[in-house]
Design a protein around this ligand. Structure first.
Ligand code: ZN
Length: 314
């Protein structure tokens, strides 16, 4: 069985300001707060998920926003830029929107595509690109109409401390196809229609440090639990130690660090975010896995309150 990931499942980052995080991803980018839960490995910290209307794989960015988190340094061993895809003909709308919300941006191009590049409120690097591929996001928020809404991830730019090695993992472990080289980047394609184009600088990138405003890990899609088992075995056969299969409530996870320094995860598409809430209720209530329910009152009292709210535009 030759495995091929469909592409990115989710990307998880560090942040220091929970309300600022909600304001940026819902109020500026117009994404939906899909799930409000805690870091299962550190229950005093939020774990917030933002995505399209249902939190489909390939649309989900997640954060561990914890006040006091030290600032990170972007560099090798991290996802350098998280790429979001918007419908064709909408980049002008997004330029205006970012301008009105006082988010500064620059423009660049690679592989014949135009990108608007900017940072979130904590310095995490993001970009927008127009593409036909990917289903329309029916969620409207923060004044972004559905026909201009972010569909999900277009892909990501991986800052590898060992580019050749990371390229090898994408091709030989994750089953992606190299499709071209341009302006110092090599591009890999996965089989899905979101989160499917991964760019890597050909040159090694000097190491960064994890912290607020940097990515913690990137997760790749496995279609179900049976395939996930095979992924775990495959990764081990390529010589990587893995975490083994971990229950993350909304998906199962396997983690391994590739030699370019980036923490990779393989995550299952099922069961998804409606496993413990109805679709129209997603993100409203603090959700805890059953093993944390007995501690709910203590956990809630340690978290600063957050709300989804409309931001003022000029
Ligand atoms: Zn993850």
């Amino acid at each position: 069985m030759s495995l091929k990931t469909a592409g990115i499942h989710h990307i998880t980052s560090f942040a220091a300001d929970p309300q600022g995080n909600v304001d940026f991803y819902t109020g500026v980018l117009g994404l939906r707060l899909i799930k409000k839960t805690i870091n299962f490995d550190a229950p005093e910290v939020y774990h917030l998920y933002f995505g399209n209307e249902g939190g489909s794989p390939g649309t989900i960015i997640t954060f561990f926003p914890a006040p006091g988190t030290r600032k990170g340094k972007l560099g090798g061993g991290q996802v350098g830029i998280t790429t979001y895809v918007v419908p064709p003909g909408t980049l002008d709308y997004w330029e205006n929107r970012l301008h009105n919300l006082k988010v500064s941006f620059t423009k660049s191009a690679r592989f014949g595509e135009s990108f608007i590049q900017f940072q979130d409120n904590e310095g995490l690097r993001l970009e927008l690109v127009e593409r036909e591929e990917g289903p329309t996001n029916t969620w409207t928020a923060g004044g972004v109409p559905a026909d201009k809404a972010i569909k999900g991830f277009g892909g990501a730019v991986l800052f590898s401390a060992n580019s050749k090695h990371t390229q090898g993992v994408l091709e030989n472990v994750l089953g992606m196809t190299p499709i071209g080289e341009d302006v110092g980047y090599i591009r890999y394609q996965a089989t899905g229609d979101l989160g499917n184009l991964i760019d890597i600088p050909v040159k090694d990138v000097p190491w960064g440090n994890g912290g607020a405003g940097t990515v913690h890990h990137i997760a790749w899609r496995a279609q179900d639990d049976a395939e996930h088992q095979v992924w775990d075995e495959t990764v081990r056969q390529h010589g990587f130690g893995t975490s083994g299969i971990v229950d993350r409530q909304y998906f199962n996870a396997v983690y391994f660090r590739e030699q370019g320094g980036i923490l990779f995860e393989i995550a299952t598409d099922p069961p998804g975010f409606t496993v413990d809430e109805e679709l129209n209720e997603l993100g409203h209530k603090l959700m805890l896995p059953e093993w944390f329910e007995p501690q709910r009152s203590v956990i809630e009292s340690n978290l600063v309150p957050i709300e989804v709210r409309v931001l003022k535009q000029d």
